[in-house]
Design a protein around this ligand. Structure first.
Ligand code: BTN
Length: 335
């Protein structure tokens, strides 16, 4: 806790903060402050300590830890209970385990690397350490089970807005960078390439949701991708400089909380539709909808307030496509 408060105080000041001031602010001894600084140094923070001046944060490492995330959070609920692993099998699996053990609504699980990262439709999600965000948010929504799949779209919108805010902070003053868009229903895209994917899993009964886990993997600082992934991109490739993953995670939580409140009130996306469609890269495009045993082509018009993709077919009729096990491709490529 002191570590988190100390990080916040030093980062916000940007200059020396005296040991005395830190002691008074946190109501602890000088030794406790000194110990917190020593622990932060061990974790890779460059902290200068000068007698009579105090402590100053010289450099921030790109770490995904409870203290780093917690010191940036501005939310009431989302991410307030946060568990970070150096290595996990899958943050979705860990979030489900914590859910079964009674972890609260809004619990966030992050990992530096995953040994069994999971993608949609049973695929693996490659999860090397160092450059990406792997996180899962545990929710206990008071909505009907058939409405829970809309939460994937709420997370997509929140994460896209968070990526865009981070990109514009990085661009500060320079010519604008491209915007992260949404490829319905699960992907974030930048310049026509995939930067993030979402996997939502849930435990429900006929008319009751035990919990929902929304997992998201975001390519943040990855510098290049193997040939087998021609449609992948990272934020860094467009930001032109490395970004801080904890800053992105905290922003995601902030946007998610804002949009979740709006979703929960009506149990639909009516109040988010406009924002969602503004970022929807499929909009106005020819898409191929691949459903198990069925394939059709049409023009994507937008989304319904229930989160379905509205596709105008060649005969002029409008088909509502439900997210489920569907895959949507551009007729001329990935988007
Ligand atoms: C996809 O596009 O196929 C979805 C990928 C989801 C990956 C994330 S990474 C964090 C969380 N843990 C997992 O095992 N999967 C999700």
């Amino acid at each position: 806790m002191i570590k988190e408060e100390m990080l916040k105080a030093l980062r916000e000041s940007g200059d020396f903060v005296s040991g005395q001031e830190l002691c008074e602010r946190f109501g602890v001894s000088r030794t406790a402050v000194w110990k917190a600084a020593a622990r932060l140094k061990e974790e890779g923070y460059e902290i200068e300590s000068v007698s009579n001046r105090g402590y100053r944060l010289k450099a921030l490492p790109d770490v995904v830890t409870e203290a780093e995330i917690g010191s940036r959070l501005k939310t009431r609920v989302m991410g307030r209970n946060c568990v970070c692993f150096d290595s996990a099998d899958s943050t979705n699996v860990q979030a489900k385990r914590l859910a079964e053990e009674g972890a609260p609504h809004g619990t966030l699980v992050c990992a530096e690397t995953q040994t069994a990262g999971r993608g949609r439709r049973g695929r693996a999600w490659s999860s090397p350490p160092g450059a990406a965000v792997y996180m899962s948010l545990l929710l206990r929504p008071k909505v009907r089970p058939e409405h829970a799949s809309m939460l994937t779209l709420v997370m997509g919108l929140a994460a896209a807005e968070a990526c865009n805010e981070l990109l514009s902070r990085a661009a500060a003053g320079k010519p604008s960078v491209p915007q992260t868009g949404l490829k319905w229903p699960n992907d974030l895209v930048l310049d026509g390439k995939k930067t993030a994917g979402i996997l939502t899993e849930m435990s429900t009964e006929v008319d009751f949701i035990h919990y929902v886990v929304i997992g998201i993997g975001i390519n943040v600082n990855t510098e290049g991708f193997p040939e087998e992934l021609p449609h992948a991109a990272s934020l860094r490739q467009y930001a032109g400089k490395p970004l801080l993953r904890a800053e992105l995670i905290a922003l995601c939580m902030e946007y998610f909380e804002k949009y979740y409140d709006r979703f929960e009130k009506k149990e639909d996306l009516g109040d988010l539709k406009e924002e969602y469609e503004r970022l929807l890269v499929n909009k106005g495009k020819q898409v191929r909808v691949l459903e198990p045993g069925r394939e059709h082509t049409g023009t994507a018009l937008g989304i319904s307030s229930q989160g379905e993709l509205l596709v105008e077919l060649e005969d002029g009729s409008i088909e509502k496509v439900y997210a489920g096990e569907v895959s949507v491709r551009g007729v001329y490529g990935y988007v």
